[in-house]
Design a protein around this ligand. Structure first.
Ligand SMILES: [Mn+2]
Length: 311
């Protein structure tokens, strides 16, 4: 029999620290980074994902506080933690620009602390940027004449967000990736396989969306907006196959997405009884291959932040 108490583990000594200096580039010059480089000998911090915010800044701040990710003054307090926002920052709620400002601020503060705060592009980012760039210019639509401005207003666009949209917001939003892979989780905004129409690798998809926003016209933007607004591909009997199509192409063992509110995915959205939907947390479905993160904050649900992996 082992007697653990009689044989305590020896105290762990700190490993010796070797000052290697900054890494060198191919031309022998050190990289210059605006922030201190993370210590590569330390493991990465915990990974979090944040569902659709849609302008609900107070709810976002409360949940970030609740998770210990920001302090009482709204500054990053999560050290080396890694946070991914899954897109849809604006529209419907009261302060979309305030949400973007907070995420941009946390991105800078997290990087300085050796962690990161990153974000995906959702369909509402395309819609909002399109409303700003193309206004009521007519676009080709199968449903007749459409415009970004009209569609944005119909989908909860808030004029005061558009009025406060500045060039630094536009350049930040325009460069958001459409997808990312972290710790075997494939992160997407929308529960659709439409990503496959933009590339065979994550880098190809992100480059294609970036190039589209930089170079293409209103019709191509509209087409992208329509494709990334599709939903529910992972529901039902064909759902796991659809998830596998994405995982086979882009890697990962699970997809994590926003976009489709959990009460709609589960069929629990309240109709006329006035009872808000009960959202206990992220919704795992499609043979455990998919995690839905949009808690339906716009429909009296919850703004969800989850630490991955979830069971
Ligand atoms: Mn969405």
């Amino acid at each position: 029999m082992h007697d653990r108490a009689a044989h305590p583990a020896p105290p762990r000594e700190d490993p010796p620290t070797i000052e290697l200096g900054p890494p060198l580039t191919e031309d022998g010059l050190p990289y210059s980074t605006p922030y201190p480089a993370p210590d590569p000998s330390e493991p990465p911090g915990p990974l979090y994902v944040v569902g659709d915010v849609h302008g609900y800044l107070d709810e976002l701040v409360a949940e970030l506080r609740h998770q210990g990710l920001i302090d009482a003054d709204g500054h990053w307090s999560a050290g080396r933690s890694r946070i991914w926002f899954l897109g849809d920052f604006t529209d419907r709620g009261p302060d979309g620009i305030g949400v973007i400002d907070l995420v941009m601020q946390l991105a800078a503060e997290a990087a300085a602390a050796g962690g990161y705060c990153r974000a995906l592009m959702g369909n509402h980012e395309l819609l909002f940027l399109g409303a700003h760039r193309y206004g009521d210019e007519p676009v080709q639509s199968t449903a007749g004449t459409a415009s970004f401005l009209a569609a944005w207003r119909l989908n909860g666009g808030q004029q005061h967000d558009l009025d406060r949209l500045e060039s630094h917001h536009i350049s930040w939003l325009s460069r958001l990736p459409a997808m990312a892979l972290e710790d075997d989780h494939l992160l997407l905004h929308s529960d659709t396989t439409a990503y496959l129409e933009y590339g065979e690798s994550i880098a190809e998809v992100n480059d294609a969306v970036h190039d589209l926003l930089a170079d293409e016209g209103a019709d191509e933007w509209w087409d992208a907006f329509r494709r990334f607004t599709k939903r529910f591909a992972f529901r039902g009997n064909a759902g796991p196959t659809a998830v596998h199509e994405l995982l086979d192409a882009y890697g990962g063992r699970r997809v994590v997405h926003g976009h489709s509110p959990i009460p709609y995915l589960t069929g629990a959205a309240h109709a006329d009884d006035g009872v808000p939907p009960h959202i206990p947390g992220p919704y795992v479905y499609a043979d455990d291959l998919a995690i839905a993160m949009d808690g339906g904050v716009t429909m009296e649900g919850r703004l969800l932040i989850a630490r991955l992996p979830v069971n």
